[in-house]
Structure formats: structure tokens, C-alpha cells
Design a binder for this molecule. Sequence first.
Ligand code: GLV
Ligand code: GLV
Length: 316
Amino acid sequence: MKKVYITRAIDQEATDLLKDHFEVTVNPHDRELTREELLEVVPHYQGIITMLSNRIDEEILDRAKEVEIFANYAVGYNNFDVAGAKKRGILMSNTPGVLTDATADLAFALLLASARRLTESDRYVARGDFKEWHPKLLLGKELKGRTLGIIGFGEIGQAVAKRGRGFGMKVVYYNRTPRKAAAEALGAEYLDFEELLKRSDFISLHTPLSEATRHLIDARAISLMKDDVVFVNTSRGPIVDEQALIEALSAGKFFGVGLDVYEHEPVVPGALIDCERVINVPHIGSATVTARRAMAMLAAGNVIAALRGEAPPNEL
Ligand code: GLV
Ligand code: GLV
């Protein structure tokens, strides 16, 4: 019987499905595997379900003598060396589609929360500062009629565009290759990168992390944004130069910033935690019961297909 390892406990139904076909081992700890533990595990299994924090690089692949598939429990796969795996005839897969709405909801939640200063307001009440109502108390920004700039117009970016339209926003987008049909259907206008930065009142990031997008949002990009822009990142931390973001915040830039991802996860710099205009959440874009169950079922399906010698439905 082929053997499958899951690097962190996932949905039971998906685990049971795998158990119908294979001998399944789940990381027994209530914590992430250390690098050493992962290196130990890899040589002994044919299928491995990985978390986005498991870096599957040359060192791991060299040890993956029997591995037929690494199935990422994530849509993003910047933790995978796909070329290295191909070279060795190892399959890789991800979980697209099923977390699109969950992630778009979170991006929009951060956008609204930043615009209406929700966490700041909550802390204000918790501190006991709400002694009287007054006309200038915690004034925020309205969305209607404002320009929402979406960087990365894949499935998630498009789902955010739909939400923006629902709130009466003008939607503009930047993508390496313009997505004409989708943009037309959603009433979104293509702008080049710099123009989008200059014109947007709200900016949401939805591009995958690659060498081309690392530090796409650097000091120069930030300098082109409006001073009172609301900026949200639910994609990957290293797309933003976090130090440049912190410096711009301390210089007074940004009306609000909503972050789900960080450059050196799980480290969240104190300067971001201490800044009242920043909302920090711990990489929860896909963290709904529905999305996580669907991600588990997709990952299991990819493993089952690969270990039967079929093409995994979400092969990279
Ligand atoms: C989460 O960040 C994912 O890529 O699925
Ligand atoms: C990528 O651009 C995505 O939003 O899926």
C-alpha cells in the first residue's frame, strides 16, 4: 500500500478518504514540522500534502526518492520548486478556485475595516475612551465613487473587483497581460502599473509571488500612491518591501493599511503592530470552514490521482 504524509492535520473527511486508499500519517504534533523533521519524513512516502510554510526546494527534492506528488494545501505555490520537481519527474499540485471568495471577502473586509477605522474604534471603546459622541469622532472614508485599484487580475483579483462594483466603486486593474474579457464583464479598466498607483484611492494586491513580483511594492511604488490611500495585501508578504512600507507609514503616508501576509512570516514587525492605521491579521485569507474543507478535498484528490498514475486535476 502506498504511503501518504500530511504535514499538518487537515479536514478529517479528506484524511479518511485518503485512508481508504493509502497508509496515511499525519504530523502528530500540534505545531509545524521543523525543517529537520520534514527532511526525515520525505524519503519514506509516495504522496505528501504540504502547507504553504513547507519549502519544497532542491534539498527536499533530492531526498524525495519515492515521492510521486507534493500536493500543496494552498493556491499559492511560491514554496515549491516546480522546475526542480519536473526535472525529477515529481508531480506538484495546488488548490485553485475553492478559496477565491474567502480570500476576496477578507481583502474586502480589510478594505472596509481600514476605511472605517474599525480596529482603532474597537480599541477606543475597549480603553474606555467613549465618553461622548461628537461630530468628528473617528471619521473614515466612503467607498462609493472612489477608485479601487487591483494589482493582479486573476480569479481573486476579479472577485474583489466584483465586490468593489457592488459598493459603487470605479474599478481599475493592472495585470502583466491585460485580461480583456474578464475586465469588460466586470466593468474594470486596465491601467499600467504606475498609473494605477497614482489614480487609486484603494489598492488591493492579488498577484502571485515570483521573482518578478518580489518587492513590486517598493519605496518608489509607494511614493507614487496617493498620500491617503488605503492599501490591502492578502497575497504574499514579500511582494511588499515591508521596511519601505514601515518608513512610509511613519512619514504619515496611508489612510489605512490592512495586512494578512508579511515579508518574514510569522514575524510581524512591532512597527506594524504599534501603528494605529494598520490592521494586522495572521494569514487567514482562506480561513473559512468551507474553503478549508474544499482545499483538503482538492489536495486529497490530487494525491489519489497521482498515486493511481493519473494526472492530478490541479497539476502545476
Ligand atoms: C494561501 O495563502 C494560499 O495560497 O492558499
Ligand atoms: C492571481 O493573480 C490571482 O488573483 O489569482
